[in-house]
Design a protein around this ligand. Structure first.
Ligand code: ASP
Length: 358
């Protein structure tokens, strides 16, 4: 009995004094490295994993990383910029998410407010904007003259490319479109062959990836997806994006969806995703990869398996996943795009970049 008490006491003491390494990773490098550096600075100054995610993602929102995060880019079909973001606390699985935010620019902080000041998880559109006003955000449109000029150029190109499917008129002209009658091409196929394997039988509306839109121009997309580990060993993750260029108004992507955009479990690790969210969210790749790490796979193996699972069905989709485990091993995998992520830790020499083989 005495020995038992002694061991418990030592373990408890160790838990109090143990100081783990601060760690940050984010889905991209280049202009996204400022976000990694800011998140790391936050942690090194004693901030929590959640503070690191919020401050890091906010930098990208302010700097409009790659035109894909923050205000003033990627107009939707109504000429507006709209923002999606999420933050997740890996200690208790608390999540705050926002989608289709047009009147505010700091989506990651709004997501954190949803987490802290509501018992709900995802607020979108007007309701989310009302909430932002209630918690004291000052209105500041995400749409700018740049958004409108990108939109105007797209309209001048007959609204090509776009994300409509099975609407013949949409392949050559702007809307509004009329769907009457339902074209036979929209009717479900019985099965679908991928590499001579039948991957699905029955179901409605089997849709391909948006490969042409996503592969064409890297700058048409790029979410910041971040994972942080603080010196207490707590994990958090977050995402922020203005989504896909020329998305259909009202579209919310994968980034604010728990397990799709990112997932964090302090006892296992965290993962974040970027890429064709309309395809990727159907597979919850971040959740899947964390689950694989829980069953013993390394971050690289888990990332590869999560990407493989999507590519088996949508071989041409563009996207990537990055993961880190509690031992601070990290890795990533991508499909159909060249991809480098950035990280920083107490033992790295500043922000480092890892290029992931496709
Ligand atoms: N996943 C984001 C979205 O679909 C965009 C991106 O990461 O490139 O909204």
């Amino acid at each position: 009995m005495l020995i038992k008490i002694g061991i418990t006491a030592i373990v408890a003491f160790a838990a109090v004094v143990s100081c783990k390494e601060n760690f940050v990773m984010n889905t991209w490098s280049g202009v996204f490295e400022d976000a990694t550096a800011e998140a790391y600075r936050t942690l090194a100054n004693g901030g929590s994993a959640l503070d690191g995610v919020e401050n890091g993602c906010r930098i990208c929102e302010t700097e409009q990383c790659d035109t894909s995060v923050g205000y003033g880019n990627h107009p939707d079909t109504r000429s507006h910029t709209s923002l999606d973001a999420m933050i997740m606390d890996g200690d208790n699985f608390d999540v705050g998410s926002v989608g289709f935010i047009r009147k505010y620019r700091n989506a990651i902080t709004l997501a954190r407010y949803v987490m802290v000041y509501t018992s709900q998880t995802l607020l979108v559109g007007e309701g989310a904007e009302e909430f932002a006003q209630m918690v004291g955000f000052s209105e500041d449109s995400a749409t700018t003259s740049n958004t409108v000029s990108v939109y105007d150029a797209w309209r001048d190109a007959n609204c090509q490319p776009n994300f409509y499917e099975n609407i013949p008129a949409a392949t050559s002209q702007c809307g509004p479109y009329h769907i009457d009658p339902l074209p036979s091409s929209a009717v479900a196929k019985d099965s679908w062959q991928v590499n001579s394997t039948t991957v699905r039988v029955s179901g409605v509306g089997l849709r391909g990836g948006n490969e042409k839109l996503w592969a064409a121009n890297r700058e048409d997309h790029d979410t910041i997806g971040m994972i942080t580990i603080d010196s207490n060993g707590s994990l958090a993750c977050g995402t922020s994006t203005n989504g896909a260029n020329h998305k259909i108004a009202g579209r919310v992507g994968d980034s604010p969806i728990t397990g799709a955009g990112c997932y964090a479990d302090t006892t296992v690790g965290g993962c974040a995703a970027t890429g064709d969210g309309d395809v990727m969210m159907r597979f919850l790749p971040a959740f899947y990869a964390v689950t694989l790490m829980e069953s013993g796979q390394s971050p690289t193996q888990a990332s590869q398996a999560a990407i493989r699972r999507i590519a088996k069905v949508f071989p041409t989709f563009s996207g990537a996943v990055v993961c880190v485990n509690t031992d601070l091993f990290h890795g990533g995998a991508s499909n159909n795009m060249s991809f480098s992520y950035s990280y920083a830790s107490d033992s790295s020499d500043g922000v480092q970049v890892v290029t992931v083989a496709e």
